[in-house]
Design a protein around this ligand. Structure first.
Ligand code: UD1
Ligand code: UDP
Length: 360
């Protein structure tokens, strides 16, 4: 039985790396297909090198476009690829357009799908990711959940319990594997940051696509930067809008290109606070014990609030919340979410291996 992994974006690479590694030990033949949804060196290749992912067997080179255009291109390219490779199982990760397209193509070809990071729900269908998550879970044969809430969501959506496996969080496997390489002092020095600084990432459409939303975000961050120097590795989405709104000119704001994983996590590890709208960063800060202020109204990762350092804040609440964090309040040491122990990849590999023995 051959397993074919489909990845396409930065967060996919971080989640797939430990699964590919664990399955290598377990033995089935593996193919790694890169859709090319992310293609810049700094959003793509750097992760393959740093995380020890094998070179993709195929890069479909799909690239950017509107949702319809990108998804359509993904569907066509993936149909040809999956037909030619004829795997026993397709593995998909997270909630991006590549994840949805791969699941849909596999389902129509009659190839079972395994979804890593199943069951997350923000209950906000205006997020493209929420649409993707719901559909992918309906199409999946095996569903790997990172939290007990996720298992509950899947049960309520009528997904049979024997297809759902609570395995922990592969993104945290990657973090724990590379922890010794995260060097806050080195990363801080490389970017000329003071000893006390914050890290900001923003790329959600709701925060950066519309010029008015971008202007609100820039006003909030400008005010925050008067309290704490902020380093901002900017995703290409929103770079233009945030710059047009004057982000580069705000005193205390240090704009950067997107960073590689090791350098980024070095900065996060040493940060006094992180301000973000990312999914993965909410999880990583929880495990590193770094206060995280999430500039969103919902989260699909509530376990980072109940068992971690995360807090959802509106734009008006950000600066007071930041002040509180800087005064040393608000973040007690946390135990962390259950099973976020670096063994998720191994648990997934065991389920897959057993499944292949029966079906593959
Ligand atoms: C995608 C995911 C999002 C995820 C994010 C992780 C979807 C719907 N969204 O968002 O859930 O949080 O990845 O980073 O799948 N671009 C480049 N270089 C690249 C790739 C993109 O410059 O290598 C630019 C293009 O202008 C493109 C824009 O970024 O139009 C958006 O890229 P896209 O892949 O459509 O979505 P992301 O915003 O990256
Ligand atoms: N990341 C990185 N460099 C950066 C920003 C992010 O290496 O400059 C990593 C980090 O591990 C993060 C992951 O990429 O968790 C995915 O980030 P992103 O916010 O793009 O995606 P999301 O989790 O929101 O889908």
């Amino acid at each position: 039985g051959r397993v074919l992994h489909v990845v396409g974006t930065r967060p996919n690479f971080v989640k797939a790396a430990p699964v590919v590694a664990a399955l290598r030990t377990a033995g089935p033949d593996q193919f790694l297909v890169h859709t090319g949804q992310h293609y810049d060196e700094r959003l793509s290749h750097i992760f393959f090198r740093e995380l020890g992912l094998p070179e993709p067997d195929t890069d479909l080179g799909v690239g950017s476009g509107s949702h319809a255009r990108q998804t359509a291109d993904l569907l066509v390219a993936l149909e040809a690829e999956l037909t030619a490779r004829a795997p026993a199982l397709v593995m998909v990760y997270g909630d991006v357009n590549s994840t949805l397209a791969a699941s849909l193509v596999a389902a129509k070809l009659g190839i079972p799908v395994a979804h890593v990071e199943a069951g997350l729900r923000s209950f906000d269908m205006s997020m493209p990711e929420e649409v993707n998550r719901r559909l992918v879970d309906q199409l999946s044969e095996l569903l790997f959940a990172t939290s007990p809430e996720a298992v509950g969501h899947l049960a309520r959506e009528g997904i049979a319990a024997d297809r759902v496996h609570f395995v922990g969080n592969p993104m945290i496997d990657t973090l724990l594997t590379h922890l010794d390489r995260f060097d806050p002092a080195g990363a801080r020095a490389a970017h000329g940051l003071p000893e006390r600084y914050g890290v900001v990432t923003l790329h959600r459409p709701a925060n950066v696509d519309d010029p008015e939303a971008a202007a609100v975000a820039v006003r909030t961050l400008t005010e925050a930067a008067a309290h704490l120097d902020l380093t901002v590795p900017l995703h290409p989405r929103g770079r233009a809008a945030l710059q047009a709104a004057g982000l580069a000119d705000a005193p205390g704001v240090h704009l950067l290109e997107p960073l590689g994983y090791v350098e980024f996590m070095g900065l996060v590890r040493g940060a006094a606070a992180v301000i973000t709208d990312s999914g993965g960063v909410q999880e990583e800060t929880t495990v590193l014990g770094v206060p995280c202020l999430t500039l969103r109204t919902t989260t699909e990762r509530p376990v980072t609030v109940t068992h971690g350092t995360n807090r959802l804040v509106g734009h008006a609440e950000l600066v007071p919340a930041l002040d509180k964090v800087l005064d040393g309040g608000g973040v007690a040491p946390v135990e962390g979410p259950p099973l976020w122990d670096g063994r998720a990849g191994a648990r997934i590999a065991r389920v897959i291996t057993e499944w292949l023995e029966r079906h593959g």
